[in-house]
Design a protein around this ligand. Structure first.
Ligand code: ATP
Ligand code: MG
Length: 553
């Protein structure tokens, strides 16, 4: 199933890397995945993870996991742990230790001093509003700050005081001295350091100033010797700034390469919105099986291999791309079709009585775990005269092409006998409550010559069935692009979770958290790893057997 390509084939990033290796600009490939620990990872991050770790592996290089923790007000240790778990689960290895931007705070501070001494950085004391106005616009040049020509000594003194916590938040800021009239707004004396009296999840109260992302990111890459700094397109305009810092500081310069971020239909990916879904309890948490997070998908039963296949299949390019959610769901189906053991469970039960089968008899029928993989073994299905079948497998007035149960019609019970519907029993309101059928007891595991029975349906023994909680999950949003709605919350699918009960074959009682099965003819279901108990599994519907949304569209 792997579609990993050899280095050199396809993908514009590989071409750039190959050129860099051939020209001798770099002699190895070091990449990094740099999440900010301010939320859980989502499927968009998976694209970046697969790309960065994938390239490093292909070129026998290294990929660092580096937490970009420069903003103490939004970051938490909980997110660090969750991110590590997700990257590892996706199958990637970051080597000995994860890295943290906060480990470089002392070095970044020294570099800031160096730039001040070179006359390339200054402390600005304008108000935020003045600074915004004086920055100009895309069509209007900026205006130099009245503090731009402060002496090196004064700048050093002020910066030292900023660091010591002598000033309130927002009163001063350290800026790079580049060019207030640069057409690229990022070069109009960007902020390097701000005052922030905030406790950091790793450095505690050591720092009262924190580096801006733009001053930190490129230098972090440089410190780590990252050769190819792969990021999303919105950073293209920041590249000249990162290059300016590398040049002025005379440090190792990585090659930055931008690619288009993943957009997925029926999904929101902004961390702000995902956080709101959690905080306002539209979902049960970051790992709610409907969330586009890696942890949600894992809990839902998406295999890591399916996510990797998806990321390979969508490829990388430079133009904005929208991927239909069904592409991801297809990857999940393909993977689970190979790996999931088959089981029988009925979600909408209708009673069937086999009238010619002894009432006290129970047979133990053998059923293969996978129709194409005998090596997966088999299990035992108890059979008796009382069964459950799915209500949708019966029609009182079936059309010609309906090959399941109807009055007088024959069908095969999967892994068991051919039965014929002789009588339909209704209650007072006219609802069908039972089918009385006769079994052809000569048809176990064989089709007698000349008999054509097209339909096969699933069933469970009513006297042996386990009642299990099943959570039927569907898409969290019912609009293709929830971000387009006036408020994305109005695009929430009210039917994204329906809790119901399954009557299941007895073996399912022993199912363990994280195990996934195909409930034959129904869908793929995974044992919830959080809320299941020993002998009392709760099942999450992972995905339907076929795409049911294509029709709706
Ligand atoms: P924000 O910066 O708004 O908090 P973010 O999604 O950029 O959100 P980061 O933690 O900074 O979050 O992302 C880590 C890495 O994942 C970045 O290198 C970013 O380019 C990449 N990434 C994030 N979202 C996507 C996406 N939808 N597609 C591809 N890569 C993504
Ligand atoms: Mg980011």
């Amino acid at each position: 199933m792997s579609t990993t390509e050899a280095p050199g084939s396809s993908n514009f990033i590989r071409s750039i890397i190959n050129e860099d290796l051939e020209s001798g600009r770099y002699d190895q490939v070091i990449t990094r995945f740099p999440p900010e620990p301010n939320g859980y990872l989502h499927i968009g991050h998976a694209k970046s993870i697969c790309l960065n770790f994938g390239l490093a592996a292909e070129y026998h290089g290294r990929c660092n996991l580096r937490f970009d923790d420069t903003n103490p007000t939004k970051e938490e240790a909980e997110y660090v742990e969750a991110i590590k778990e997700d990257v590892a689960w996706l199958g990637f290895d970051w080597g000995e230790q994860p890295l943290f931007a906060s480990d470089y705070f002392a070095q970044l501070y020294e570099w800031a001093i160096l730039l001040i001494k070179k006359g390339k950085a200054y402390v600005d004391s304008q108000s935020a509003e003045q600074m915004r106005v004086n920055r100009g616009t895309l069509t209007r040049s900026g205006i130099d700050s009245p503090y731009r020509d402060r002496s090196v000594e004064e700048n050093l003194e002020l910066f030292e005081k900023m660091k010591n916590g002598d000033f309130p938040d927002g009163s001063h800021i350290l800026r790079a001295k580049i060019d207030m009239s640069a057409p690229n707004m990022n070069l109009r004396d960007p902020a390097m350091y701000r005052i922030l009296h905030a406790r950091h999840h790793r450095t505690g109260d050591t720092w009262r100033i924190y580096p801006m992302y733009d001053f930190a990111h490129g230098q972090e890459d440089s410190i780590e010797g990252v050769t190819h700094s792969i990021c999303t397109l919105e950073f293209e305009d920041h590249r000249p700034l990162y290059q300016w810092f590398h040049k002025e500081l005379e440090i190792f310069a990585p090659q930055q390469i931008e690619f288009a971020r993943l957009n997925l239909s029926y999904t929101v990916m902004s961390k702000r919105k995902l956080l709101q879904l959690v905080n306002d309890q539209h979902v049960s948490g970051w790992d709610d099986p409907r969330m586009p997070t890696i942890s949600g998908m894992r809990r839902r039963g998406y295999p890591a291999a399916a996510i990797r296949t998806f990321c390979e299949r969508i490829g990388v390019g430079r133009s904005a791309n929208w991927i239909d959610l069904s592409v991801l769901e297809d990857c999940v189906r393909e993977q689970l079709n190979e790996t999931a053991c088959r089981r029988q469970a009925v979600l909408k039960p209708l009673k069937v009585t086999i009238t010619n089968y002894p009432t006290d008899k129970v047979e133990e029928l053998t059923a293969p775990n996978h129709p194409q993989q005998p090596e997966k073994g088999s299990r035992v299905l108890p059979f008796c005269n009382e069964l459950w079948v799915d209500r949708d497998d019966f029609m009182e007035e079936p059309p010609k092409k309906f090959f399941r149960l109807g009055p007088g019609r024959e069908v095969r019970l999967r892994n068991a006998y051919i039965i014929k519907c002789d009588d339909v029993v209704k209650d007072d309101s006219g609802e069908v409550i039972e089918l009385r059928c006769s079994a052809d007891l000569d048809t176990l595991g064989k089709n007698p010559v000349g008999r054509k029975v097209k339909g096969i349906i699933h069933w469970v023994s009513a006297r042996h069935a386990e009642k299990l909680e099943v959570r039927v999950y569907d898409r969290l949003f019912n609009q293709e692009n929830p971000d387009k709605a006036e408020n994305y919350l109005t695009a929430l699918n009210p039917e994204s979770l329906q809790v119901t009960e399954a009557l299941a074959e007895p073996t399912l009682r022993e199912a363990k958290g994280g195990e996934t099965f195909q409930f034959e003819r129904v869908g793929y279901f995974t044992v919830d790893s959080k809320e299941s108990q020993e002998g009392k599994p709760v099942f999450n519907r992972t995905v339907t057997l076929r795409d049911t949304w294509a029709k709706i569209k």
